[in-house]
Design a protein around this ligand. Structure first.
Ligand code: PBG
Length: 308
């Protein structure tokens, strides 16, 4: 009876697996604050991607961990930079059957850890950053990404990337806009995942956790600029925002079940305080129930295998 009347579906194809690839790594490196998640080598990335696809996930989201960081995040636009090289590897391996996505943001590549380039006063320079995003987008499209994920919350980023892609002939490359992204404490473990050097915070460009109306305004702007899908991030503390986004969005809505949301459940489960599988499936189901069409989750491959 429960199966017959169940209101919410959770299918492997709705799950997107975020993956990290480290430059120069010759084997996977564990991320201590995210038990079970690793910084891949190019080789182990390929194998893990194939396994995730076999489990049925709908897409992969790649993050690069470069060896060298600098002020403008040069590695992000270098054709042979770790992220672009890994995108080429995976596109060659997987073809067009799996949606290949890339994080279009500079923080993994900058020595100050901010999502953009800085001005003389040390603040993030919105418009100078947009020029870097445009270059980065073209490099990622050229390397084989199907869908770009601008996650830096710069004003105008979706429009600038859309125009740059179109002008360079990448009219089929889509944009999954991180539209409503909050300045959240739950990103904590991600800093270790990408060896981030961030000091300070992202409050000049990410949203205040108390604001919901602002999220809708950010979403409307991204839609007007050409977003093919929009995202709310993090997921669990923002289920109301996901619901509001789903009610107004004419394009698919994604939610990112982020690093801290992953780690707190892993930690509790490791202590025997929570039933790991039940908790994970309840969390993912609740994000779908709130209205997300797609979920980015570090459990994507494992959950897909359970659901199959
Ligand atoms: C920015 C980016 C972040 C995450 C995804 N893209 C970090 C941030 O904005 O501070 C976080 C993902 C997670 O915590 O799982 N490139």
């Amino acid at each position: 009876m429960r199966r017959l009347v169940s209101e919410t579906t959770l299918r492997p194809r709705q799950l997107i697996l975020p993956m990290f690839v480290a430059e120069g790594a010759d084997s996977p490196r564990p991320i201590s604050s995210m038990p079970g998640v690793v910084q891949h080598s190019r080789d182990s990335l390929r194998k893990a991607a194939v396994e995730a696809v076999r489990a049925g996930v709908g897409g992969l989201m790649l993050f690069g961990v470069p060896k060298v960081h600098d002020a403008i995040g040069s590695g992000a636009t270098d054709e042979n930079g770790v992220l672009n090289a890994a995108l080429r590897d995976l596109r060659a391996e997987l073809g067009d059957d799996t949606v290949l996505m890339a994080d279009t943001c500079l923080d993994e590549f900058t020595d100050h850890g901010h999502c953009g380039v800085l001005d003389d006063a040390g603040g993030v320079d919105n418009d100078a950053t947009l020029e870097r995003y445009a270059e980065m987008a073209i490099a990622q499209a050229k390397a084989g990404a199907h869908l770009l994920g601008p996650s830096g919350m710069m004003d105008g980023q979706v429009g600038v990337i859309r125009r740059a892609l179109d002008d360079a002939g990448y009219t089929d490359t889509g944009i999954l806009a991180y539209s409503a992204k909050y300045a959240s404490a739950f990103y904590g473990p991600f800093r270790e995942a990408v060896d981030s050097q961030l000091k300070g915070d992202r409050k000049t460009y990410q949203q205040d956790p108390g604001n919901a109306r602002e999220a809708l305004r950010e979403i409307e702007l991204d839609l007007a600029e050409g977003a093919d899908a929009i995202m709310v991030k993090p997921a669990l503390s923002y289920l109301d925002v996901i619901k509001a986004a789903a009610e107004l969005s004419p394009v698919p809505v994604a939610a990112y079940n982020i690093s801290g949301e992953y780690s707190m459940i892993e930690a509790a489960a490791a202590n025997g305080w929570l039933d790991r599988q039940r908790t994970i499936l309840e969390v993912l189901t609740s994000i779908r129930r709130a209205g997300a069409d797609l979920i980015l989750t570090y459990w994507a491959a494992e959950a897909a295998a359970w659901l199959d």
